[in-house]
Ligand binder design. Structure first.
Ligand code: HAH
Length: 334
């Protein structure tokens, strides 16, 4: 099948690498598709703290190694996701040690755990992972505060925790590109907070090289003008921009449950048009965009099947559930 279909990443060679988020299972079931169309991979889950250090001091790198081996074998780039995050991180990071059950970790203890975690994970994939999402989703959705108030990293360490995370990552692998990554990155209020937060980090000399626009978008939002303005705002900081988790949901955020087992023709048409417009913008900004990664590879597997509605099937990619190119595939070819 894939022989007759032009390779997406080859078509994008003059622009930027094309990536997919994967799991050990998707490396098997989506293997041919991945090898033909993608030249960059991100770990959807298997490099997160809860996957690699569920118990303090006991590192489980099996799945992440499988992914790193696959990327090396197929000469694909590899992005690391993610080191410091308020979610999918075991509770023990934030708890006091033995003898103080139920207590909260001292700042010194949490900082030491951060350093040990980053040192072990970044160290293991030095030379394999070329870019890390060092901190994920630290900025507040609503304001007026810049940083989200429900992060235990921030509650225990204060706002400095971001600076420390970037410094530890840089000390471990000085050659790695270090990213701050976030969602709702095109919404004006949040964009302003992200920019302000990044300016603060840069002013304090943080070794940060890029901003990751997650790109969890819908059929009509964010508006194209906001996408454009956001790329420009982040690039104006002197950072490279990557789209790190792209998917185009068939449903508005507020849409409730649905029983659809296939996308409607209207959905597919709207998605096709939208993908065409969005990739035209990405190509326009090829000087600052150094990668575009989908948060999956084809419609048979997407986190959106369970978010924000559990069990609601979604079809957010340019390849269908059988790995065949959708109409949207043709419209994104340059
Ligand atoms: C992302 N959060 C995470 O970065 C990724 O690690 C996870 O696998 C899936 C999505 C996105 C997100 C959102 O768009 C809205 C609210 C919370 C989280």
């Amino acid at each position: 099948m894939s022989e007759t279909v032009p390779s997406l990443c080859q078509a994008y060679n003059p622009y930027f690498p094309i990536g997919a988020a994967v799991s050990p299972r998707s490396l098997e079931v989506q293997r041919d598709l991945l090898v033909h169309h993608y030249n960059s991979l991100t770990a959807e889950n298997c490099m997160k703290p809860e996957s690699v250090q569920r118990v303090e001091g006991i590192f489980t790198f099996g799945d992440a190694d499988t992914l790193a081996d696959f990327a090396r074998e197929h000469r694909m780039k590899l992005r690391g996701h993610t080191l410091v995050w308020h979610s999918q991180t075991p509770d023990w990071f934030f708890e006091a040690g033995e003898g103080n059950d139920g207590g909260v970790a001292e700042p010194e203890a949490l900082l030491a755990r951060m350093e040990a975690h980053i040192g072990a994970v970044v160290g293991r994939y030095r030379g394999a992972v070329y870019a890390w999402d060092v901190v994920n989703e630290a900025v507040s959705d609503s304001g007026p505060e810049l940083l989200r108030t429900n992060s235990r990293w921030g509650a225990i360490l204060g706002d400095d925790y971001l600076l420390h995370a970037f410094q530890f990552a840089h000390a471990t692998d000085p050659a790695a590109l270090l990213f701050y990554n976030d969602y709702n990155e095109c919404e004006t209020g949040k964009r302003d907070r992200i920019v302000a937060m990044l300016k603060g980090l840069l002013a304090r000399g943080a070794p940060i090289h890029g901003f990751g626009m997650q790109g969890h978008w819908g059929l009509s939002s964010p508006p194209l003008d906001s996408i454009r303005a956001s790329i420009e705002a982040y690039a104006a900081l002197g950072l490279m921009v990557q789209v790190t988790e792209l998917d185009i949901s068939m449903y508005e955020w507020s849409h409730g449950p649905s029983d659809l087992t296939e996308p409607t023709a209207e959905m597919l048409d709207a998605q096709t048009k939208r993908y065409g417009e969005i990739f035209a913008i990405f190509r326009e900004y090829r000087d600052v965009i150094t990668g575009v990664t989908f948060w999956g590879a084809s419609d048979d597997h997407t986190w959106l099947d369970n978010f924000p509605e559990k069990g609601r099937k979604n079809w957010p990619f340019v390849f269908d559930t059988e790995h065949r190119p959708k109409k949207s595939f043709r419209t994104i070819l340059p």
